[in-house]
Design a protein around this ligand. Structure first.
Ligand SMILES: *Cc1c(COP(=O)(O)O)cnc(C)c1O
Length: 249
């Protein structure tokens, strides 16, 4: 335990209350949008948070977790296995991924939400059979294509004009299953416009890839708005786990 994560006896109660609040807000946003609450999955983003928090959330029935750094994630996955033997939550990678980490990510990720290039898709596709052969995973890897909503390559994501080609490539791979799109609302831009553009792109993608039904959009600041625009998966960190320390080691 570092100073940033003091052990607190009431941590379980704190997480239980936050989880209930967030689930309630998701349900209310679904109702307001005329949608059913079971259309939206909650992924708890546990980056910078200790495995002990993940363990408590698992105890509370939360089973999908998001991490943005492969190395931190791999260590946490291993630690959770020690804390809660037999528990197998689903881990999503939501952050940018370098191709040389594809093999290690294939060992623990149920889904990679941040695929934004053919080269990365190919690296993951090649990594999956090797992870299967060594018994680290059971089958294909679920992926989402990260769509850029602001054209800023530094923030990750494929530009809309290259989406169809990347989708076809993933769909034609043996190791990957294309399940949909992920996006992050642009900094400073109009989030409604961004989420509307994502919704439209997701509709077009489904026309050619009917299985690609996931729209992963919405974080602490904007998940209710994303649900209005058809998000089926919200990735929530701060509202569940508290504010992250500004600098992480
Ligand atoms: C950190 C992160 C989140 C969660 O953000 P919060 O504001 O803490 O809810 C969601 N998605 C991605 C890609 C992230 O990096």
């Amino acid at each position: 335990m570092t100073a940033a994560h003091p052990v607190r006896r009431d941590r379980r109660a704190e997480l239980a209350a936050a989880l209930e609040t967030v689930r309630g807000r998701v349900a209310a946003a679904c109702t307001a949008a005329g949608r059913s609450a079971d259309e939206v999955e909650l992924v708890a983003v546990t980056k910078t948070r200790p495995a002990s928090d993940v363990a408590l959330l698992v105890d509370l029935g939360q089973l999908a977790f998001g991490e943005n750094r492969p190395q931190e994630a791999a260590a946490k996955v291993a630690e959770l296995t020690e804390l809660r033997a037999g528990c197998t939550p689903r881990w999503h990678l939501v952050g940018s991924l370098q191709r040389n980490k594809a093999r290690s990510v294939a060992a623990w990720a149920a889904r990679v939400e941040s695929v934004d290039s053919a080269r990365l898709a190919d690296a993951l596709d090649a990594a999956v059979p090797r992870a299967v052969d060594s018994g680290e995973r059971a089958g294909p890897l679920s992926v989402l294509i990260q769509l850029s909503l602001d054209g800023d390559p530094a923030r990750g994501g494929v530009p809309a004009g290259q989406l169809a080609e990347l989708a076809d490539r993933i769909a034609g791979s043996g190791g990957l299953v294309l399940h949909g799109l992920m996006a992050v609302a642009p900094l400073g831009g109009d989030p409604d416009r961004a989420f509307a553009a994502l919704q439209e792109a997701a509709g077009r993608l489904r026309n050619s890839h009917p299985g690609a039904r996931v729209v992963s959009a919405g974080m602490t600041a904007d998940f209710e708005r994303a649900i209005r625009y058809g998000s089926t998966c919200v990735r929530v960190g701060a509202a569940l786990l508290g504010d992250r320390p500004l600098a992480s080691p």
